[in-house]
Ligand binder design. Structure first.
Ligand code: ATP
Ligand code: SF4
Ligand code: MG
Length: 323
């Protein structure tokens, strides 16, 4: 009942000339009300595909081959398209797209884009929509002059604030932010994270925060889900994941980030090998080609996610469980 979003056994594949890219393959994750879920994994592991599946903005060649996406009592995937667009998209679930630096329309001023967004979804007068636009800009600490500017007249940080203001215009219950800080310098990154956190405090939404940077998540996410090659590796409360990672992939990922507490002895590891080709992924555990602990069973059987005594969900034969 206190689940905001529950993704169950999701499979999203991309059709290519030669077959299917199994970008998300039997993936499950639950986000509770008011919680920040960090979604991490290397480039190409399927993070954005999960988000675009939930928001129903997949490209033409993508198909959802299975699974459910439960949100506030209904299945997002089964909902009538018009109903979804009118009642859920932006209103209940909002999206901060990856590389959102380009996601504003270059031909319109900030104000006209924001007013339009409000008027499409809500039955309000233009005057009221304009008023709400100024309030929204103020609430992300932007000067009112920004309203009459075109996107190319804004700095990266200002643009990202406008995108955040737009994503929160209709007071959604769930915000999905896909690498919202990656294109920004480190100082601006920190202020954008702070802004999202203060808006979250004020409005109480749940959030999925996508990043390839586990060290960033450590500072603010309640839970972390680590994916590898389209599948879940490990998920659990952040602190516990950082202190006591169970999956070999999580352990290696954490080794590859500098540890602020042990800065004197820090070395940068990178995980040897490459992520697999998702058109022809390895049999059994997809991580086995890079895993220092791989055993014969890892080639035979897909490790099934199981709950550990630490309260993590882990998909690895070292932990137990198979299918
Ligand atoms: P990044 O950290 O680089 O943003 P990601 O984890 O968000 O990566 P996705 O963008 O979800 O990864 O991509 C998952 C996989 O699906 C990748 O192998 C990618 O090449 C593939 N893919 C994505 N979009 C398409 C498409 N339209 N057609 C074919 N393959 C695609
Ligand atoms: Fe490594 Fe096997 Fe665990 Fe996969 S299932 S992570 S290959 S030990
Ligand atoms: Mg992505």
């Amino acid at each position: 009942v206190d689940d905001e979003l529950s993704i169950r056994g999701l499979k999203t594949y991309f059709k290519t000339k030669t077959g299917y890219v199994k970008a998300v393959d039997d993936f499950s994750m639950t986000v509770k009300k008011g919680e920040i879920m960090g979604l991490a994994g290397e480039s190409g592991s399927g993070k954005s595909t999960i988000i675009t599946t939930v928001f129903r903005v997949l490209p033409q060649n993508a198909s959802v081959m299975g699974g459910n996406i439960l949100f506030e009592g209904g299945d997002v995937l089964k909902m009538d398209r018009k109903k979804f667009d009118k009642e859920v998209r932006w209103k209940k679930i909002s999206w901060i797209p990856q590389v959102s630096m380009d996601s504003l329309d270059p031909l319109y001023t900030v104000k006209s884009q924001m007013v339009e967004t409000i008027m499409v979804h809500e039955d309000v007068s233009k005057g009221e929509a304009v008023e709400r636009t100024y309030e929204a800009l103020e609430s992300v600490k932007l000067n009112p002059e920004i309203a009459d500017k075109y996107p190319h007249e804004l700095s990266g940080g200002q643009k990202q604030r406008v995108i955040i203001a737009m994503s929160l215009l209709l007071k959604p219950n769930l915000v999905m932010a896909d690498e919202p800080t990656t294109a920004l310098d480190v100082v601006t990154q920190a202020t954008i994270v702070d802004l999202l956190l203060s808006k979250k405090k004020e409005l109480g939404f749940s959030m999925v925060f996508v990043t390839h940077d586990l060290s960033l998540l450590a500072t603010f996410s309640d839970k972390v889900t680590v994916m590898y090659a389209g599948q879940l590796a490990e998920s659990g409360p952040s602190e516990s994941i950082y202190r006591n990672p169970q999956h070999p992939y999580t352990q290696l990922l954490l080794k590859s980030i500098p540890d602020i507490r042990k800065w004197k002895e820090r070395k940068l590891y990178s995980i040897p090998g490459e992520p697999p080709d998702l058109e022809n992924p390895p049999s059994g555990c997809r991580f086995r080609t890079r895993c220092p602990f791989a055993m014969p069973v890892c080639k035979e059987k897909v490790p099934e996610p199981v709950m550990t005594k630490e309260g993590h969900v882990v998909a690895c034969h070292l932990i137990g469980g198979s299918k």
